[in-house]
Write a protein that binds this ligand. Structure first.
Ligand SMILES: NC(=O)c1ccc[n+]([C@@H]2O[C@H](COP(=O)([O-])OP(=O)(O)OC[C@H]3O[C@@H](n4cnc5c(N)ncnc54)[C@H](O)[C@@H]3O)[C@@H](O)[C@H]2O)c1
Length: 249
């Protein structure tokens, strides 16, 4: 029997890169997967690859900022699979998605709203949508993909660092509320992780182990948090040592 056989995982931003790797990792371990992404083509592609692994996939094509659609898809998923066991809030990104990276003093209000709604409020919508199912069955894991920007800052991304730090606050407070229902809530803060096999321009320092991260490094940490039952309210930094102090050789 596979590790997550009979379980259901919902992964946001599952169309590409980290989210796709996480969604496929759940599927390889036997879980059915709700593939949430606003990019329809990417969501459909991930869903096809998941079905090819012999489990079920439900594409949920929507923006995590769209609270109504998120709740509708979660209802559909609970009807289809009976429950949701794991939520991975992975959809997110900086104002770079809008081509609007800038010093904070110049940031537009609409950009601040976009970054906070995408990274923080979107994660809240998804958590609120899945919680009734998790509470009813007294089991669940909510895993939130934050960023090392939350713990050590990131130039031109004050809104992003604040939103990702907000996720860690949410994790701690929600973990306190739902522990009695056997639900664990945690965050993972990745360092520089390659996208489409490539590093972004701002990812200049790779970490103490001398390489940048891969989506699999993050998927492995997600599976660990999904599997275990006694870590909650934590933020696990997965950055190859990038946020350690300066080395003195
Ligand atoms: N890549 C890194 O170095 C890095 C480092 C730290 C944290 N992160 C965080 O990890 C997560 C994944 O990063 P990535 O590099 O794989 O991202 P990516 O941009 O490569 O892929 C994100 C996926 O999410 C989807 N998406 C984006 N916004 C969405 C929304 N509002 N609603 C639904 N789907 C949406 C996109 O269509 C895409 O398929 C993000 O939250 C990001 O902030 C990334």
């Amino acid at each position: 029997m596979k590790l997550f056989e009979g379980r259901t995982a919902m992964v946001t931003g599952a169309g590409k890169n980290m989210g796709k790797e996480i969604a496929l990792a759940f599927a390889k371990n036997g879980a059915n997967v709700i593939v949430c992404d606003y990019n329809e083509e990417a969501a459909t592609q991930t869903a096809e690859e998941i079905r090819a692994l012999g489990v079920e996939a439900l594409p949920a094509v929507c923006d995590v900022r769209d609270r109504e659609k998120i709740f509708t898809y979660v209802d559909e998923a609970v009807t289809k699979f009976g429950k949701i066991d794991y939520l991975v809030n992975n959809a997110g990104g900086s104002s770079g998605l809008l081509g609007k990276l800038t010093r904070f003093v110049d940031a537009e209000e609409s950009t601040l709203d976009f970054v906070i709604d995408t990274n923080l409020k979107g994660a809240m919508h998804c958590a609120q949508a899945v919680l009734p199912s998790m509470i009813a069955q007294k089991y669940g894991k909510i895993i939130n993909i934050s960023s090392i920007a939350a713990v050590c800052g990131l130039y031109d991304r004050v809104d992003y660092a604040a939103a990702k730090a907000g996720m860690i606050g949410m994790v701690k407070a929600l973990a306190m509320e739902v522990g009695k229902y056997n639900i664990c809530v945690n965050a993972i803060s990745p360092g520089a992780i390659a996208r489409n096999g490539k590093m972004s321009d701002h990812m200049t320092y790779l970490g103490e182990n001398g390489r940048c991260g891969t989506p699999k490094d993050i998927a492995d940490a997600v599976l660990f948090l999904a599997y275990q039952d006694y870590i909650t309210g934590e933020n696990i930094v997965v950055d190859g040592g990038r946020t350690l102090g300066t080395s003195h050789r």
